[in-house]
Design a binder for this molecule. Sequence first.
Ligand SMILES: [Zn+2]
Length: 194
Amino acid sequence: MSEPTFATPDLTTFARLDELGLVVTGQRVSTTRVVLACRVVEPDDWCHDCGCQGRLRDTVVRRLAHEPFGWRPTTLWVRVRRYTCTGCARVWRQDTSKAAPARAKISRRGLRWALEGIVVAHLSMARVAAGLAVAWDTANTAVLAEGKRLLIEDKNRFDGVAVIGVDEHCVRHEALLFRMEVRDHHRLVVVAAG
Ligand SMILES: [Zn+2]
């Protein structure tokens, strides 16, 4: 077997933050949790109304729960720039929708981890909430919404399926995500949530 090629260690890619349009600028690691300071890669400093360039006004911090590493919750502190337009005086902040939808408390990667945790790894919602270091209600609401968006609204989700079964293990969980089974493979498909 040939020697693998190693790239330079890089926390941004390790934590898959490049997929979220973020770059890590700092870390605070304790025995119980990790906080990663991030900034948004895209400057987003041109006014969408009049096309003039914005002047940096200040920065605000958006906190997002991210996927845990080694069962240790990881929280992102995303420093977001706010600009004032030099033409029309409009104020806006950098677009962070690649990292998480507006008003969401969990990053897109964190949400994906949570959904896979419930559906594939049979984690309880309490365990998922603990892994994200968020309240149970926050995890439950976000995971159900994501499951519905990603899976139930997928019109092709029954393609190639011969047998539909209800996994009682999943049903025991608070989320009541019913999983579909395709022969003996578990597939990440939610038939219904309620
Ligand atoms: Zn403007």
